[in-house]
Design a protein. Structure first.
Length: 574
């Protein structure tokens, strides 16, 4: 029989050897300790030092460390609403320099920690990363190109930050990417065609940004299950997709034209939200009976068609919103209130069921005819869009040079004039800045409405056509304040009270929105303290072929005229 003492010694030795096998490399233990010191969080690490065995820490909601042999392979640090702000001496570069020491990381989650500033390029040194989640922080600037070095990346979450710039084209380097989520940022431009090459992509979400233009053809993404484009300016055509999509959210964009008939063959579709767009043409009743459908929202479009009581619905259908369309006929029996587990909204159509507010039948008939009308016509000489945009850009740049030398003289001249004279109101493409704000703040006549937003230039954005119609009372002639060879200029008032000048350019040649993207981006970047800033733009489309028919350029409105007018004496400038 074995000696109990030797047996005990053997077990202790075995335990000790197993314990040592999970001890971290000193450099990695030191990195974790430095991370805690820099963040001053999570508190579970506050009493530890760099000699502690981090691999044996019990997971908590704020911290999880996973090791394989003597390396950290997963690090999850999750903040919450009660987290103290970062120390005043916090350095994002020092923080990521410590992270890079964890060279075998496969999963990194840094969520809700208050991290701010540009995402350091050093993140690209973590070449083993498969999952990266830095959502709910305050990262700014462009998405760093160094992320493209993460060849093994499968999941990327950059949600709820302040990233700007375009969705990068180098995303095509992520051959294994299955999840791409860029929600709630300030990304601008079009969705690059590179996205269409991510054959393993299952989830694509770019909701709540400032993206516009046509969605690339995604039919080859046969693994795509979730597409969320909510609250952007995509359009005008319905995205081309494979029929295995499970969740499709196009809510609040600039989509127009009809719903494709093949949407009725999306047999795995569970959630469909295309509300608040400009879809026209017949609604597809077959959507009610799709085998997997449980949520349908097509509200706030201009869909037409007649509904019948005997139409069928999927038993799992729990939510339907048909409100604010042009539907006629009878509400299907399967959507009647007798189905208590089913929420159904259908107000502001022309249905016979009047339990919810309905329009008279002739309303839907007349509106359905109106949708076929081409966009409003402008009475002025037409010029090619590229020439018009190019002239705007060149004129603006030239204006900078002129204004740089003359702005002081003009401001001095204004300060010496007697107040109280009536000033002419017209759009300007260049303006004299408040070089000395302290002197000029006393005279509100010299401060544009947009300058009241703050000392910095207002952010450039894409406007919805409905915003501009509301601002100009549907482009009424009484709001016209100027007319030239390139088009008309309207004075408008945005919902927040900001006065703007809207220059409407009618396109002579037919081009898609992508044709003008480069010119629009150039205008958006043309910022100078002596120029009236471009606040944004809005495309209007021809319903026949989706080409751009009108470009509306939105500028800040300054009531005192142009510098050229002041110098030439053609208008009063005092």
């Amino acid at each position: 029989m074995a000696n109990p003492v030797y047996t005990l010694l053997f077990l202790l030795t075995l335990f000790h050897s197993v314990h040592l096998s999970h001890q971290l490399q000193p450099s990695q233990a030191n990195a974790l300790w430095e991370i805690q010191q820099l963040l001053n969080y999570p508190s579970v690490l506050s009493s530890f030092d760099n000699t502690w065995d981090f691999c044996n820490i019990e997971p908590t909601p704020s911290l999880t460390v996973v090791c394989y042999e003597d390396n950290v392979t997963q690090l999850h640090v999750i903040g919450n609403n009660g987290v103290a702000p970062l120390p005043q001496n916090f350095s994002i570069d020092a923080f990521f320099a410590s992270l890079v020491s964890l060279s075998n990381l496969k999963v990194l989650s840094l969520v809700s920690l208050g991290l701010w500033g540009p995402l350091p390029g050093g993140i690209g040194k973590l070449s083993s990363l498969e999952i990266l989640n830095v959502s709910s922080n305050y990262f700014t600037g462009f998405i760093p190109v160094e992320l493209s070095y993460l060849w093994n990346l499968q999941t990327l979450f950059l949600d709820h930050n302040k990233f700007t710039g375009q969705v990068p084209g180098w995303l095509s380097s992520f051959h294994a990417l299955t999840v791409l989520s860029l929600k709630n940022n300030s990304l601008f431009g079009t969705l690059p065609s590179a996205v269409a090459s991510l054959e393993n992509l299952r989830i694509l979400s770019v909701a709540n940004n400032h993206l516009f233009g046509e969605v690339p053809d995604l039919q080859k993404l046969t693994n795509l299950q979730v597409l969320d484009l909510e609250n952007n300016y995509f359009g005008p055509h319905f995205p081309a997709l494979h029929n295995k999509v499970v969740t499709l959210v196009l809510r609040n964009n600039s989509f127009q034209f009809g719903i494709p008939a093949d949407l009725g063959s999306y047999y795995e579709l569970q959630k469909l939200d295309i509300s608040f767009n400009g879809f026209v043409g017949p609604f597809l009743p077959s959507l009610f009976a799709l085998p997997s459908i449980n949520y349908i929202d097509v509200s706030a479009n201009k869909l037409t068609g007649r509904l019948f009581q005997n139409m069928s619905c999927n038993d799992e259908l729990a939510f339907v919103n048909l409100s604010s369309n042009l539907l006629t006929g009878d509400l299907p029996a399967c959507l009647q209130p007798t189905f208590k587990s089913r929420a159904v909204m259908y107000a502001r159509n022309c249905l016979s069921d009047e339990e919810q507010e309905q329009h008279p039948s002739n309303f839907c008939h007349n509106e359905a005819l109106a949708v076929k009308v081409l966009p409003r016509k402008l009475k002025y000489k037409r010029h090619d869009a590229k020439a018009v945009l190019a002239s705007s850009i060149v004129g603006g740049i030239a204006g900078i040079a002129v204004i740089g030398s003359l702005s002081f003289l003009v401001i001095q001249r204004r300060n010496n004039r007697v107040a109280g004279k009536t000033l002419s109101t017209r759009l300007i493409m260049e303006k004299v800045s408040t070089v000395n704000p302290v002197k000029l703040l006393s005279d509100a006549r010299y401060i544009s409405e947009t300058m009241k937003l703050g000392a910095n230039h207002p952010a450039y954005r894409v406007f919805a056509l409905e915003e501009l119609k509301e601002a100009t009372n549907n482009f009424t002639p009484s709001s016209i304040i100027g007319e030239g060879s390139h088009g008309q200029v309207y004075k408008g008032k945005l919902a927040d009270g900001t006065l703007v000048a809207i220059r409407s350019l009618k396109m002579r040649k037919k081009h898609s929105s992508q044709t003008y993207t480069h010119h629009i981006e150039t205008i958006s970047k043309l910022r100078h303290s002596h120029l009236a800033s471009a606040l944004g733009h809005c495309f209007e489309y021809c319903p026949d072929d989706s080409s751009v028919s009108i470009i509306n350029l939105v500028f800040e409105f300054v009531p005192n005229g142009t510098l050229r007018g002041c110098i030439s004496g053609t208008i009063l400038c005092y």
